[in-house]
Write a protein that binds this ligand. Structure first.
Ligand SMILES: O=c1ccn([C@@H]2O[C@H](COP(=O)(O)OP(=O)(O)O[C@H]3O[C@H](CO)[C@@H](O)[C@H](O)[C@H]3O)[C@@H](O)[C@H]2O)c(=O)[nH]1
Length: 453
């Protein structure tokens, strides 16, 4: 764009990838941006209808700056088609509908606002946005939500594939990682998601800046430098779903309608295992049974976020036997607040990025049972790189494996060291998120970049 637009003319189109842990971080980032830039600058948030309904009814309208307006785009699911339940089916149908669905949405936003698009902020998965931005002569600023080590795996997909894996373990850029940790999409396969992610290395030059849901301090210098060398600007703006620096809880526990916080108030410090496997997948039925049996035998108190349709997978009589003191099952927990509660001693997690970050932000050690995609590399970071948790023995939940991990984290010297490391990492991110921290500086640069175009 040759002429710098005045703020009244600026129109940022935001393209969301409407699945799992991808939506909230992007909306949180855009809310921060919209409150930090001129109120004249308008932001159009394009997302599927289902996801927008959830997002914009959950966050009260008063929390959304008035210069953000949301637009629905087609989710690509044909009329009368019933989704079979596998999460990838919805993802593939959505990707088939791109980029046409976003183009229609953008045309609507431009017509309504009377302003052409002056900047494109997107989920980084949407690699076609680089070409869109080039055609319009506007900057493209993608947000990479999973951990940066996963981005590196996608950037180097061609190299990894060309080496056909055997040499991969030795690649120094990701040296802590094993072949088995790689996201499925790195392995040659036909899915649209895999085709899109494998282009990551080829679109980096189209980016004006790349925003990371991370702190530079938690990644290796090698990784930071490698990513920095590949894009004009690399901006680590911090964890987008965990509140940092940690703020004391303002709302009383009684205002939490799920009852989780009041229940935690009655538990001893660092004693409770919080369990949640994210918003997309779940371990196999046998693993659910093994976990439930281990919890029963261990006597460790637990808070389990488990959707009602998964309750049937638990051992017969398990739910009825849970006493108020020993455990609590809820279909949804206020996770970020739960992990900030002093009663939490360990988090049994699928190692989704936001879950791991929320745990790191609160210094809570983890037991990781990665399910798919980026989660294996995340688990490796928790266990081998940061030393703040363990990956479950054998990669799946067994009764003996869970008991061993619980004992290790909650009852052993090694667990004590993990907690110390978790506390130290929490301090590092708290400083990076503080007023003089690197994340605030990078965010300010981000605001400058979009205000200049
Ligand atoms: O009862 C619950 C369950 C979940 N959450 C929140 O939901 C989010 C879950 O996000 P995440 O941990 O990233 O898991 P997924 O929803 O499974 O996220 C998908 O997207 C992530 C970001 O790309 C990837 O890292 C994951 O592998 C992928 O499954 C977190 O903010 C949680 O706090 C709650 O608040 N309460």
């Amino acid at each position: 764009m040759s002429v710098i637009e005045s703020s009244e003319q600026r129109h940022v189109a935001v393209l969301a990838f409407p699945f799992g842990g991808h939506i909230k971080p992007l909306l949180n980032l855009v809310c921060r941006l919209a409150s930090s830039t001129s109120p004249d600058m308008c932001f159009s948030f394009l997302n599927s209808e289902g996801s927008n309904n959830l997002l914009f009814s959950e966050k009260s309208e008063s929390n959304i700056p008035s210069n953000i307006k949301h637009y629905n785009v087609s989710d690509g699911v044909p009329k009368n088609h019933v989704l079979k339940g596998h999460p990838m089916e919805a993802v593939e149908l959505f990707l088939k509908a791109t980029p046409a669905n976003y183009t229609i949405g953008i045309e609507k936003a431009v017509a309504e606002t009377g302003k052409k698009v002056t900047c494109l902020i997107t989920d980084a998965f949407l690699v076609f946005a680089g070409e869109m931005a080039q055609n319009w002569g506007v900057p493209w600023i993608p947000l990479w939500i999973p951990m940066p080590c996963n981005l590196s795996a996608h950037i180097y997909t061609d190299l990894i594939r060309s080496k056909l894996f055997p040499n991969y373990v030795g690649l120094d850029r990701l040296s802590a990682m094993h072949i088995a940790d790689l996201p499925e999409e790195v392995v040659p396969c036909d899915s649209l998601l895999s085709q899109m992610l494998s282009q990551m290395g080829r679109v980096l030059h189209q980016m004006t800046a790349l925003v990371l849901n991370s702190y530079q301090e938690i990644n290796s210098t090698l990784l930071n430098n490698d990513l920095k060398s590949k894009v004009p600007k690399l901006l680590n703006v911090g964890f987008l779903t965990a509140s940092l620096p940690a703020v004391p809880m303002v709302a009383p526990s009684s205002s939490d309608a799920t009852g989780c916080l009041s229940w935690l108030d009655e538990q001893p410090a660092s004693s409770v295992a919080y369990i949640c496997f994210g918003t997309i997948g779940a371990p196999s039925p046998n693993e659910m049974i093994a976990l439930a049996e281990a919890l029963e035998v261990s006597g460790v108190s637990f808070l389990w976020s488990l959707k009602d349709n998964f309750k049937d997978l638990l051992p017969r009589g398990f739910v009825e036997k849970i006493t108020y003191k020993h455990g609590k099952l809820v279909p949804w927990a206020p996770q970020a607040q739960v992990l900030a509660h002093t009663a939490i001693g360990v988090f049994i997690t699928h190692s989704g990025t936001n879950s791991v970050y929320e745990s790191v932000a609160n210094g809570v050690p983890m037991i990781c049972r990665p399910l798919f995609g980026d989660q294996r590399m995340n688990g490796r970071m928790v266990d081998d790189v940061w030393g703040i948790g363990v990956k479950i023995e054998g990669g799946i939940l067994t009764k003996s494996g869970v008991l061993k991990s619980l004992e290790l984290v909650l009852g052993s010297e090694q667990g004590k060291k993990m907690r110390e490391k978790a506390r130290a990492l929490k301090e590092i991110v708290a400083e990076a998120a503080g007023p003089l921290g690197s994340a605030v500086q990078d965010f300010t640069t981000f605001v400058d970049v979009i205000s200049l175009h």
